[in-house]
Design a protein around this ligand. Structure first.
Ligand code: KG4
Ligand code: ZN
Length: 357
């Protein structure tokens, strides 16, 4: 019986300090032995967004404790770890540097390989932590900083099919929440408000709905919500606006995903059609349910990470580490933090004025 690899994952790209130990069982199925996440919500609440210097300081204060806790919770001995995987990008450089330096130092002192992980690849592989998932698959990544359709061909090989040309979807949720007087990050609260509201009360714009392939845009929605929010007087109207916003997002995703399905099918000779959603917004049950129905209708298998693995965590970073370890894809200790590291490095920059759709 060969020893299964034991990987320590470290995540500090934004406002979560996280560490996790992941291994695999005899059947080769990944197993999470520990998954420790410390969120900084309270640190940034009063500023309505993440303040990089405060985030970095908080990571520095906690990283040692969080990594030690992950090792202790897993029940393994530190000397049993086979490799350290740290997020190297994308994210805030001052934050990335904390987990990256810590991971490099630990791998050097234990004399084990170091693996630099792309945070987005962590989200992309997150469903593998609780489901069997084979390549290729179509991924919709919907987080606080990114919104992209990606053709995931294999580990490390991604083709971007579509992206947001302005705000990320999580950002749109958080901005809407702020206009409704909800503290940052308000995305999860919008889902709760929406349950009590009338989703047909307000008609909101659907930017680039009928053009731009499976590219997306959310900035126009924010402007419309700003105008309506100024006229709102009652709690019920807030619930109605949250519900109308969520419905509009669902309509946009429903339409754009069908376009992405076609592009994905054109790109690949498929034996089975698989759709994956990942990132913080993938925790939204209303959106998940819409996608489940769409997949059933279009004969796609849907493989979604469990809700607890949608947001930022280090188990997904260790998961990428595990796959890279098995193919001996190691990195040198001078691997830099890459704040703008893209999964498809050939994809065009698609933000701001002048974008051609
Ligand atoms: O993936 P994530 O934890 O961090 C990034 O890498 O960005 O995503 C965070 C984003 C935030 O914008 C948050 O408001 C949003 O995910 N989010 C949600 C829900 N839970 C988290 N948005 C809508 N509905 C939710 N239930
Ligand atoms: Zn993330």
């Amino acid at each position: 019986m060969s020893k299964k690899p034991i990987i320590l994952g470290i995540e500090s790209s934004c406002d979560e300090t996280a560490a996790s130990i992941v291994t695999e069982n005899e059947a080769g199925i990944p197993t999470i032995l520990s998954n420790v996440i410390s969120s900084q919500t309270d640190v940034h609440k009063e500023f309505g967004g993440v303040v990089p210097e405060l985030a970095a300081r908080s990571h520095m204060e906690k990283i040692d404790f969080i990594v030690n806790k992950a090792i202790k919770d897993s029940g393994i001995n530190i000397n049993d770890i086979d490799a350290v995987a740290s997020t190297a990008g994308p994210g805030l450089i001052v934050c990335l540097s904390v987990g990256l330096s810590f991971g490099k130092a630990l791998s050097a002192s234990l004399n084990i390989p170091f693996i630099a992980v792309n945070h987005l690849e962590g989200h992309a592989l997150s469903p593998k932590l609780d489901s069997k998932l084979d390549y290729p698959y179509l991924l919709l990544l919907i987080s606080g900083g990114h919104t992209q359709f990606l053709d995931v061909k294999k580990l490390g090989k991604y083709k971007r099919l579509g992206t947001t040309i302005d705000d990320a979807l999580g950002e749109a949720f958080d901005k809407t929440a702020k206009l409704l007087g909800i503290d940052f990050p308000g995305g999860p609260q919008i889902e709760i408000f929406a349950k009590k509201g009338d989703q047909n009360k307000y008609k909101l714009p659907k930017p680039i709905f009928n053009k731009g392939g499976c590219n997306l845009s959310f900035a126009g929605l924010k402007t419309a919500i700003l105008k309506i929010s100024k006229l709102i007087k009652t709690e019920q109207e807030k619930f109605d606006l949250a519900a109308s916003f969520q419905k509009t997002i669902n309509d946009i995703l429903h339409k754009k995903t069908q376009i992405a399905f076609k592009e994905f099918e054109k790109e690949n000779k498929l034996k089975e059609k698989i759709f994956v959603i990942a990132g913080g917004v993938a925790a939204n049950k209303h959106i998940r349910n819409m996608f489940i129905n769409l997949c059933k209708e279009k004969e796609y298998q849907y493989i979604f990470p469990s809700i607890k693995l949608c947001g930022d965590n280090a188990a997904m970073i260790a998961m990428v580490g595990l796959e890279k370890f098995k193919t001996k894809k190691f990195d040198n200790l001078d691997f830099p933090a890459k704040p703008r590291w893209q999964l498809d490095e050939e994809a065009l920059f698609m933000k701001g004025a002048g974008v051609k759709l």
